[in-house]
Design a protein around this ligand. Structure first.
Ligand code: PNS
Length: 179
């Protein structure tokens, strides 16, 4: 898919299509990785945008989430030459405008996700004319969420099917730290 956005008339049809997958990635799951790889099947380049919101109470720091994300991508041999990891310091719409994002891509697992994503997609379109594509999660990853992965891991459950080895290790270390 080329030239998804009509925002910038100076762009040519053969320009690269740049997608943004935003999220908290606290931590990255195989569900996220699946959405990144599928996004790269129809976009040329991908920015993975890490939300930094001090009110969100992340388990992992901004720096840790970024390292876990990068190492998870390396572990699944993602095409790093087509991927950039950046932080989104404020409004997503401003980031999209600054980075000339063609399309925002997010995964939806169920109707709750859809209800959450639809108003955000509409708000972002109103703010900066960026379109959002919602990709249905892969059926085998449909129940994976960072929150469930954290809860299960911190209570000593096995989360290995849902995360890469580096993330599983980081969660195990957090469990030890938290006692
Ligand atoms: O659901 P997530 O993964 O916690 O979402 C994180 C992210 C970065 C997508 C979201 O927090 C976001 O969009 N932050 C930027 C602030 C913003 O633009 N808010 C208005 C959205 S309409």
């Amino acid at each position: 898919m080329r030239n998804v956005s009509k925002r910038d008339a100076s762009r040519y049809p053969w320009d690269m299509t740049l997608a943004l997958c935003p999220g908290s990635f606290d931590p990255t799951t195989r569900g996220h990785l699946d959405i990144f790889i599928r996004t790269l099947s129809f976009c040329d380049e991908l920015i993975i945008g890490l939300g930094v919101n001090s009110t969100k109470g992340y388990l992992f720091s901004d720096a840790q989430r970024q390292i876990l994300l990068r190492d998870a991508l390396l572990e699944v041999q993602a095409p790093m030459e087509r991927i950039r990891i950046m932080t989104i310091p404020g409004l997503l719409a401003n980031f999209c405008r600054d980075q000339q994002i063609d399309v925002v891509v997010k995964g939806v697992r169920n109707s709750l996700d859809l209800e959450h994503e639809m108003p955000m997609a509409e708000a972002n379109r109103a703010l900066c004319a960026v379109e959002t594509i919602l990709l249905p999660s892969a059926p085998n990853l449909g129940l994976v969420s960072s929150s469930i992965v954290k809860e299960v891991a911190l209570l000593g459950g096995d989360i290995s099917p849902y995360v890469t080895k580096n993330v599983a290790l980081a969660l195990a270390q957090e469990r030890e730290l938290l006692g």
